[in-house]
Design a protein around this ligand. Structure first.
Ligand code: PXP
Length: 243
């Protein structure tokens, strides 16, 4: 069965819009576990735009499934990850101006920095995964660095038109085949939703999918009616008291 990692960053995005205490991504992680998540993914960005160090600390104390901490290769963040000791360290490229992670790591061109982060994480017995584009050269370079998994970037597949969809899926399958042949776990994620996830889940040897934005969006929609009804009930009771 494919493992489902739930990325809770955007629960924190809503909280940070008001810099308040709610919604709490730590509570969302517990609810995601109850819903069947096999892992909780969270991205500690250098600019702390959503997940905060407080979240990392509490998630590490409360999550009972796997923890998958995503971050760039900046020394400060690698150090925090080494102290937090998540099950997985997921290395991603990080640009301050980007809305979300825009592309995979260039493992071919940037081996030095990535290898140094991998070494520090391995010293703490943290499993390492690299987020890469579905490109055979990137998969091979990842294998040379001795990582445990690669997470294939499904963003271009998610954005593909009907003319390019088959090609994007073929790129994912080909990169996936090489990943497994080289002895690494095959993960994928980014932009996956309730309508486009099936073909990616059907890629041979796919082990884990990490999904965030679409699940958090859906949670808002399925929860809105009940949330409003709850406020309605409070106001109805207030009015009764005034009569
Ligand atoms: N995997 C990685 C490496 C990511 O950066 C993200 C987005 O934070 C995801 C998976 C989840 O993507 P989405 O939020 O589009 O489902």
């Amino acid at each position: 069965m494919i493992e489902l990692g739930i990325n809770i960053d955007h629960v924190a995005t809503v909280r940070q819009a008001r810099r308040t205490f709610e919604p709490d991504p730590v509570v969302a992680a517990a609810l995601a576990e109850q819903g069947g998540a096999d892992g909780i993914t969270f991205h500690l960005r250098e600019d702390r735009r959503h997940i905060q160090e407080r979240d990392v600390e509490l998630l590490m104390r409360t999550v009972t499934v796997k923890t998958n901490m995503e971050f760039g290769c900046a020394d400060e963040i690698v150090e925090i990850a080494c102290k937090a000791k998540p099950t997985w360290g997921l290395l991603v490229p990080e640009n301050r101006a980007e809305v979300t992670t825009e592309g995979g790591l260039d493992v071919v061109a940037d081996q030095g920095r990535i290898a140094s982060a991998i070494q520090k994480l391995k010293e703490q017995e943290i499993l390492v995964s690299l987020f890469i584009d579905p490109d055979v050269a990137q998969v091979e370079a990842s294998a040379k660095l001795g990582v445990d998994a690669v997470e294939l970037h499904t963003g271009p597949y998610a954005l593909a038109s009907r003319h390019t969809l088959t090609d994007e899926l073929a790129r994912l399958s080909e990169a996936g085949k090489v990943t497994s042949a080289l002895g690494m776990r095959l993960h994928a994620g980014h932009g996956l939703n309730y309508t486009n996830v099936r073909p990616v889940a059907a890629i041979p040897n796919m082990i884990e999918l990490n999904i965030g934005h679409s699940v958090v969006s859906r949670a808002l929609m399925v929860g809105m009616r009940e949330a409003v009804a709850e406020m309605r009930r409070i106001l109805d009771v207030c009015q009764l008291g005034q009569k």
